[in-house]
Design a binder for this molecule. Structure first.
Ligand code: ADP
Length: 499
């Protein structure tokens, strides 16, 4: 006698508990598969879901009829009824898997209707089959003699039939295996095998060691696909949450960029607009004087016009920046642009008592750049320098110089004697929104860097200490025929002027 045939203790609660769990697991699996069918419309899934419904219901009916489970002689019928429900359970499920494997490529159109029809058919089939094995049991072969422990030869035959159906299902599924679900159904069928084998090989079946083990495997088989489906669903939800978070972050970033762009424009437009309004107010005052000081009014209007032109040029420059147009790039002299920027800033520099020093080398190689954009950068550097020098009480000197590196670049340096920067501030100076000023936006340097890098140049902080800062703009030359005459200019009209 084999170890599997050894009769174990008759634990009556074992079967009802285990098979109720199997029933619940199968019905949940069926529900999940019906949901999947409603999304994918694969007819094979519908058949599989129907197979799980049959499996769950027949497992439960078998438990109800099983002597010693819910009642000493079963809630209805006798040992043979329970045995035939077992047969239905063990044949409908692998049969459904066979149909599933054969119908894998078929798709349906109206999923909702098909689910309804499938459930109705399954319920009808369950009712008919249940009636057959209960009211018509006397027409079926007897499977047990001597209570619930000894099988008849007919039972042996039925067991071998069940084993063959299981093996056929396994073979067909294995030959058509394509998806993860197929893989786990194969695992399920393999876990079901001990159930068939134990039933087919052992004469004394119930409550033997083999019987208990086989039922344990049946539980594993029943929960396999359920576990996979639940795990897949959880992963899908996790991925969905990730996608939603990413989507939100991207939206926030886009809003940030928009915010940054509008802030940058506001930042750059504020200066000329303030200059226009200040000059307008001054013009109004001078025009109210008697006699009217026409010369001053004219100067104010000229300043207003120049502010308006600067604003207009800036707007055009920004549009080009966004369009990444390069038509306005021409070969220009770096010092020319620097001189223009100084001219534009002269009133502000004079008002703040700042001494301007220039050292522009003559005949430097031209650079290839957008004049307006380059001017914006120099203006921003000068504006920062003025603010830095306003924060100290020492000498106020702004020095602009150009030089040629002898190979491929022309460098403009903007040096001030302002409050300087700490090493930590230098690290973050070009990071958007980094500012140490109460009314600052921290966008100036970031935009400047974007513009210079857009020209294949470099904007860097060459020196930053308590004595002040040196910013350097390095631009690639447009041609390579430099002449290196130096013209040092501490021009009289560049020198300190009125407050
Ligand atoms: P904002 O001027 O609006 O603060 P910027 O991008 O122009 O923005 O500058 C960022 C920060 O870099 C400033 O807040 C300041 O702390 C520092 N900075 C820039 N230029 C100078 C300078 N010439 N001297 C000292 N600090 C400077």
């Amino acid at each position: 006698m084999s170890f599997g045939s050894v009769q174990g203790p008759q634990i009556d609660v074992f079967l009802p508990v285990l098979q109720t769990v199997i029933c619940v697991a199968d019905l949940i699996t069926a529900t999940l598969l019906f949901v999947q069918y409603s999304i994918q419309s694969h007819r094979a899934i519908l058949v599989l879901a129907s197979g799980y419904v049959c499996s769950g219901v027949f497992a439960f009916l078998q438990t109800l009829a099983f002597p010693g489970a819910y009642a000493p002689t079963g809630l209805f019928g006798n040992a043979d009824h329970a045995a035939w429900f077992f047969v239905l359970w063990q044949t409908t499920f692998p049969s459904a898997i066979i149909v599933y494997a054969l119908w894998k490529d078929k798709r349906d159109s109206s999923a909702g209707l098909n689910i309804g029809m499938a459930v109705a058919c399954v319920v009808a089939a369950i009712i008919v089959l249940s009636l057959l094995v209960t009211t018509g049991v006397e027409y079926l072969p007897t499977l047990y003699t001597g209570g619930i422990t000894v099988q008849t030869p007919a039972a042996k035959f039925v067991n071998i039939l069940m084993l063959l159906i299981g093996i056929t299902a396994l073979a067909i599924l294995f030959s058509r295996w394509r998806s993860i679900l197929d893989l786990w159904l194969i695992v399920t069928l393999i876990a079901w095998m001990p159930n068939f084998i134990v039933a087919a090989m052992l004469t004394t079946v119930r409550f033997s060691v083999g019987w208990y083990m086989a039922r344990g495997y049946a539980l594993v088989a029943s929960c396999t696909v359920l576990t996979v489906l639940l795990t897949e669903t959880t992963f899908l939800y996790a991925r969905l949450v990730d996608s939603v978070v990413l989507l939100r972050r991207e939206r926030a970033n886009r809003l940030m960029s928009l915010d940054a762009a509008t802030s940058a424009m506001a930042h750059e437009l504020k200066q000329p607009l303030m200059a226009i309004s200040a000059s307008g107010e001054a013009a109004l005052l001078w025009s109210q004087k008697s006699p009217v000081d026409l010369e001053r009014v004219r100067k104010c209007i000229t300043a207003m016009l120049s502010g308006a032109y600067r604003a207009d040029e800036f707007i055009s420059g920004v549009r080009e920046l966004f369009k990444k147009r390069k038509e306005h790039r021409t070969a220009i002299q770096f010092d020319d642009v620097a001189r223009e920027a100084i001219d534009l800033m002269r009133p502000g520099l004079q008002a703040n008592g700042i001494f301007i020093e220039t050292e522009f080398k003559d005949h430097l190689p031209a650079i290839y750049a957008d004049r307006v954009q380059l001017q914006q950068v120099i203006l921003n550097l000068i504006r920062n320098a003025i603010e830095a020098m306003n924060a100290t009480h020492g000498a106020r000197r702004l020095r602009l110089a150009t030089r040629y590196d002898g190979r491929s670049a022309v460098i403009l340096s903007v040096e001030d004697t302002g409050r300087g920067m700490t090493a930590a501030d230098v690290e973050r100076a070009f990071v958007p929104f980094f500012t140490t000023k109460s009314g600052g936006m921290g966008l100036g340097l970031a935009i400047c860097q974007a513009i210079i890098e857009g020209h294949a140049g470099i904007l860097r902080i060459a020196k930053a200490d308590a004595a002040g800062c040196v910013f350097e703009m390095e631009m690639p030359v447009a041609n390579d025929t430099p002449r290196d005459e130096v013209k040092v200019g501490v021009a009289g009209d560049d020198v300190r002027s009125l407050a």
